[in-house]
Design a protein around this ligand. Structure first.
Ligand code: ADP
Ligand code: MG
Length: 583
């Protein structure tokens, strides 16, 4: 690394902004190393990409704190938040003339992120590495060398000191963050052996600040209380016990009046596939990691999905075992999403009447009389949900306030009553006796065989970069120039730009962080590249994620150095995004 950053910046003062490019490379600042991987070409371009490496020995983290992968993931997530806070506190307030320092944004979930890498303490030459953005200061289109000097040589080391040196951190907050993740992981691990698919601890705070804010509701939240029939005790990481509601495998129906907290409970379970930060309220609300939220999404594209368990005999004569449309209806989109989740090995499906297509869920007695079975292409979910569990081992948790049809097939019925959960399974059995189901409502014995989804090779985006293998130079060669060949990227939480196409992933409720969307974008590219017309989609996705598990999120980098903002998504969400690509 070079040591003359100070002189270089003074020399550059007043030069045209482009001369900042000379900073590209590696610099020594005290005991840290600054790597400027990409330097912005003008003050209005996205900020420059930098990494700061600090030897683990000087960062001073206790070995035990970061001894396992889960611990390092949680610590990295904590340090990202800390870096962001300190950069805001110490840094200039981000005008073009002062520049600024920033890092990947975070939400309520603890995720594996590319922003701070905490090393395995047993690795040789272990470093803590931060990936941040630095907007280099400008006066008009000229370099402000002195401001840059202050930013890079005073502010940045100050931020690093307060964000990355163990001695300067709130050790208890760090410990709590790591513990929250370990506890949640441990709770999740215990679910299968207890025959559970989800768990909500007593005292959990489920409601959120608002429909668009994931922080806990600040005032008037009613903490969760477990109905006695459903009480279980699970173990935390340190061996202590926590009591709460266990939701067993099978078909669970959540009923209750409007506005009594049904959707709030289901959404907490949806997010229970991730760990939450201390203070979130849902730290001890967990679901099996593969739990998949399924909803109707009219207008989405469906490509070669076998929707035959739900839809057969379309009037058009289309083959529903190999169904494609660029504009699905509510029911077909939900049928596709359900089948895709099952194929992606989701162990639980989560459905909310608020976002489901009624005609895919149920058909009532009168409608069964009006439209004879052989004229109706749809076999409703209520007829398949039982076999889905008994035959395929896929449980369902569904919220319904409007239809009692699912009471027949429910193993467990939970009522939400003024935010209180009650076990009303016995009452539901009585109701079913009192109001028997229509004679021709016949739960299917079998879910039906599914055709395995095998992506064909040679998609649009693939063709654009044919010949670009994954050799050492392919990630930053000249083969990516031009519009068609732009690398896939995430745009915010809800859109993936893949080739010329914008893939809408807004219906994926469990994609919770824009950095996950970015990672999904790059994974889609890998899946497309690896598609050979023989390997099933699930296998392609698993292979790509295995590589990430082995080499870290950096395996998804388009360039050497700073990999961009990445956070780990689930295989189910990658597959679901793949299915939304228009072909
Ligand atoms: P439902 O789906 O039964 O109609 P929701 O889950 O949408 O009801 O909840 C209705 C409202 O009540 C929402 O504003 C939600 O934030 C709030 N809410 C849900 N659970 C609680 C709770 N435990 N304490 C306080 N408010 C809650
Ligand atoms: Mg609702």
């Amino acid at each position: 690394p070079r040591t003359d950053l100070s002189q270089t910046l003074r020399r550059l003062d007043g030069n045209s902004y482009g001369a900042y490019k000379q900073l590209k490379g590696s610099w020594r600042i005290g005991d840290a190393q600054l790597l400027l991987d990409r330097v912005q070409s003008d003050p209005y371009a996205p900020p420059s990409l930098a990494r700061v490496r600090l030897p683990l020995a000087t960062a001073g983290f206790p070995q035990a704190l970061i001894a396992t992968k889960d611990r390092r993931v949680a610590a990295g997530d904590f340090l990202t938040r800390q870096f962001s806070r300190v950069a805001r506190d110490l840094g200039p307030r981000g005008g073009k003339d002062t520049g600024g320092i920033s890092i990947q944004r975070t939400g309520q979930e603890i995720l594996e992120r590319s922003s701070v890498l905490v090393p395995d303490p047993s690795a040789p030459d272990a470093h803590v590495e931060v990936r941040c953005e630095i907007a280099l200061p400008a006066a008009g289109r000229r370099i402000k060398g002195h401001a840059a000097q202050r930013l890079l040589m005073e502010v940045l080391p100050g931020v690093v000191d307060r964000a990355l040196r163990y001695a300067n951190l709130d050790a208890r907050a760090l410990e709590a963050h790591v513990t929250a993740h370990l506890d949640a992981q441990h709770l999740r691990e215990q679910l299968p052996q207890r025959g559970l698919v989800a768990f909500v601890a007593d005292g959990a705070v489920l409601p959120r600040a608002s429909g668009h804010r994931e922080e806990p509701l600040a005032h008037g939240a009613v903490p969760f209380v477990t109905p006695p029939e459903l009480r279980v005790e699970l173990e935390l990481e340190d061996g202590s016990r926590v009591s709460g509601m266990g939701i067993p495998e099978g078909v669970t129906v959540i009923v209750g009046g409007g506005y009594h907290g049904k959707s709030t409970l289901l959404q907490a379970l949806e997010r229970g596939v991730y760990s939450h930060v201390p203070g979130d309220g849902r730290e001890r609300v967990v679901a099996l990691p593969s739990a998949m939220s399924v909803r109707a999404e009219d207008g989405r594209s469906v490509s070669h999905t076998d929707v035959s368990p739900f839809i057969t005999n379309l009037p058009t004569g289309a083959d529903t075992r190999d169904f494609s449309t660029s504009n699905a209806s509510g029911s077909t989109s939900q049928a596709a999403a359900t089948v895709e989740a099952v194929e992606a090995e989701a162990a639980v499906l989560l459905l909310d009447e608020d976002t489901c297509a009624t005609n895919l869920m149920v058909r009532d007695e009168r409608m069964r009389a009006m439209v004879p079975g052989e004229r109706e292409p749809i076999t409703p979910f209520v007829d398949r949900v039982g076999a889905l569990h008994t035959e395929r081992g896929v449980s369902s948790i569904l919220v319904t306030g409007g239809s009692g049809a699912f009471l027949d097939v429910a193993d467990l019925v939970i009522a939400m009553d003024a935010y209180r959960a009650l076990d009303v399974t016995d009452r539901a059995r009585e109701v079913v006796r009192e109001f028997p189901r229509p004679g021709d409502m016949r739960p299917a014995e079998s879910f039906g065989e599914l055709r395995v989804h095998v992506p064909t090779g040679g998609s649009v985006n693939d063709a654009a970069r044919s010949g670009s293998g994954r050799g050492p130079d392919s990630t930053h060669g000249s083969d990516r120039r031009g519009d068609r060949e732009k690398p896939a990227r995430g745009r915010g939480l809800d859109t993936i730009q893949l080739g010329r196409e914008d893939v809408d992933v807004s219906a994926l409720a469990q994609l919770v962080d824009p950095s996950q969307t970015e990672a999904v974008a790059r994974l889609l590219e890998e899946v497309q590249r690896a598609a050979d017309g023989q390997t099933p989609l699930t296998r392609l996705v698993d292979d790509a994620l295995d590589r990430v598990a082995r080499d870290g999120l950096d395996a998804l980098a388009h360039h050497r150095g700073h990999p961009g903002h990445l956070a780990l998504p689930r295989a189910q969400d990658v597959a679901a995004a793949y299915h939304r690509v228009r072909r």
